[in-house]
Design a protein around this ligand. Structure first.
Ligand code: SF4
Ligand code: SF4
Length: 225
């Protein structure tokens, strides 16, 4: 069984971590967590001071536990699972390869509908809970008629909108942009996608720094290599 928690960072998060540590139901479950997406909300979710302190403490304790400097039993299972997932992604993305394949998408967005299919109360289908339910571009079918494969195809291949830039981008393998970030009120926009490239490249640089310091501090090689 798996649970995906969507956390609202405006509020303290200790009680969420404690719930998943305390309840028997969650002990053997696979837990993933993410922050609420405010991309399409008028009201923005600015993280609260208490949330930031508590979240940083959980993350710091998880790093210490991975380095063998703190008992894993004392660390939040939600935080440990989050760090383990991010190690896994980092490990995959840092695998050396001689060249890029003949055909590929930057970073590898999901196959829309295959990974985290989301169904709204009208039975309409969307790639996941992080896209806008009011966007026609994101609607990939409904329960009665099934998937609209042309829409799925369009979302999977959203990077074709910025193909020339992507082919020459050093962050190609690490780019996290997907169809959700191209959604400009119901239409996929290449300009909107391109406007986020410098932020993506800054995040990738941060990821490289994390990789280097973790290797320097001796995070076990079976995790990092
Ligand atoms: S956020 Fe993007 S890549 Fe992730 S599941 Fe949703 S549509 Fe797919
Ligand atoms: S950062 Fe921009 S140019 Fe680079 S791969 Fe991602 S979308 Fe393409």
């Amino acid at each position: 069984m798996s649970f995906n928690i969507v956390i609202d960072p405006r509020y303290p998060c200790d009680s969420v971590h404690q719930l998943f540590d305390r309840e028997e139901l969650f002990k053997k479950a696979q837990i993933t967590s993410t922050l609420i997406s405010d991309q399409f909300s008028v009201e923005k979710t600015v993280p609260g001071e208490v949330f930031l302190q508590q979240d940083s403490r959980h993350e710091f304790c998880s790093y210490l536990a991975y380095l063998g400097k703190y008992e894993k039993d004392k660390v939040s299972s939600v935080a440990l699972a989050g760090l383990s997932e991010s190690f896994g992604r980092l490990k995959d993305s840092m695998k050396p390869s001689a060249s890029l394949p003949d055909s590929a998408a930057p970073g590898g967005p999901c196959i829309a509908g295959e990974l985290r299919l989301f169904v709204n109360t009208d039975g309409d289908l969307y790639p996941c809970e992080r896209v806008s339910e009011t966007s026609e571009a994101m609607k990939i079918g409904n329960l009665r008629d099934g998937f609209d494969l042309s829409k799925v195809d369009r979302l999977i291949n959203v990077a074709q909108d910025t193909a020339e830039n992507c082919k020459n981008c050093w962050a190609f393998r690490h780019c996290m942009l997907c169809c959700a970030q191209s959604d400009n009120c119901g239409e996929l926009s290449a300009d909107l996608r391109s406007s986020q490239c410098s932020k993506v490249r800054a995040q990738v640089e941060e990821k490289f720094r994390d990789y280097l310091w973790m290797r320097e501090f001796g995070v076990p090689y079976d995790i990092m290599n």
